[in-house]
Design a protein around this ligand. Structure first.
Ligand SMILES: Nc1ncnc2c1ncn2[C@@H]1O[C@H](COP(=O)(O)OP(=O)(O)OP(=O)(O)O)[C@@H](O)[C@H]1O
Length: 266
């Protein structure tokens, strides 16, 4: 018996399936979707077996179930599909070839974390609620467009002013890119993952935003004054200002290094 021929197209096929499976894993991490998905796969496998055994009645019933399956999938996985579309919407800024050619390098200005950390420390002391998104490579235009455009230099006073209780812009998130506060009063996507019941919408929005982009989100709790930081779908609760500064600097440095490596490779 000879070997099954393995072509270059088969290799691409396997890589693409692996990438899709990884995406599905990332999008469904922490939700009930994997259980539903395994149920669907079980029904499908049963249908294949039943058909192979020529069991007419069962095969017809399962076949009918599977034919309406596509619509059922869209309904069941609506939150995940939504997150997936948002993820595509917030693709990397440099992914776009045309943008890369015409890029002036302005978007690589490093964020100075010191005024942000000082503002968070002072807001923490006064228990002023805040939600700050620090953008990196993901394109956050959609988020900025949902808020009020600002385009002002990052400063401690301005951040505190935005989140000052009852100030017109205090509700929602402030978006920082490079050294500018791009917008305030932005609405972030709330996570659909399983998070502790004690998490309110501000913390859920921080996690949700970090799931669909590479942004770093800093939260100051209005209830406790605690500072938390969300990145990559994970949230680190109650970190002190010194740790906040170190963590922000580390996240931003990692990304800058990744970027310069990419630029060298290009
Ligand atoms: N999707 C969202 N996008 C942006 N900001 C949001 C969003 N959801 C809630 N917020 C902000 O969070 C505030 C409500 O926070 P809430 O008390 O529900 O959350 P929390 O996580 O318990 O935070 P805290 O510890 O500060 O009370 C809102 O007034 C609004 O400013």
């Amino acid at each position: 018996m000879g070997f099954v021929p393995f072509t270059f197209v088969d290799l691409i096929d396997i890589i693409l399936v692996a990438v899709i499976m990884y995406w599905i894993y990332r999008m469904t991490k922490g939700t009930n979707a994997p259980y539903i998905l395994s149920g669907i796969i079980a029904v499908y496998l049963l249908w294949v077996v039943v058909r192979a055994l020529n069991m007419e009645l069962l095969s017809t019933i399962l076949g009918q179930l599977i034919s309406v399956g596509a619509i059922a999938l869209i309904i069941v996985f609506q939150p995940e599909l939504r997150r997936f579309l948002q993820m595509i919407g917030m693709r990397q800024k440099h992914f776009n070839f045309i943008t890369r050619i015409f890029s002036t390098g302005e978007d690589t200005v490093q964020t100075n974390v010191v005024p942000i950390v000082t503002a968070c420390r002072e807001m923490s002391e006064t228990k002023t609620g805040a939600l700050i998104v620090i953008g990196q490579q993901s394109d956050l235009r959609l988020i900025a467009e949902g808020g009020i455009a600002l385009d002002a230099k990052v400063s401690t006073s301005l951040i505190k002013n935005i989140f000052f209780k009852n100030a017109p812009l205090h509700d929602g998130a402030a978006l920082i890119e490079g050294d500018r506060i791009v917008a305030a009063k932005c609405i972030l996507p709330v996570t659909q993952s399983d998070v502790p019941k004690s998490f309110g919408t501000r913390h859920r929005a921080a996690i949700g935003m970090s799931e669909i982009s590479d942004a770093i989100i800093v939260v100051v709790s209005e209830e406790t004054g605690d500072i938390s930081i969300a990145q990559g779908g994970e949230i680190r609760l109650n970190i002190d200002p010194v740790r906040l500064q170190q963590t922000l600097q580390r996240y931003l440095t990692i990304n800058t290094r990744k970027r310069s490596k990419k630029e060298v490779a290009e």
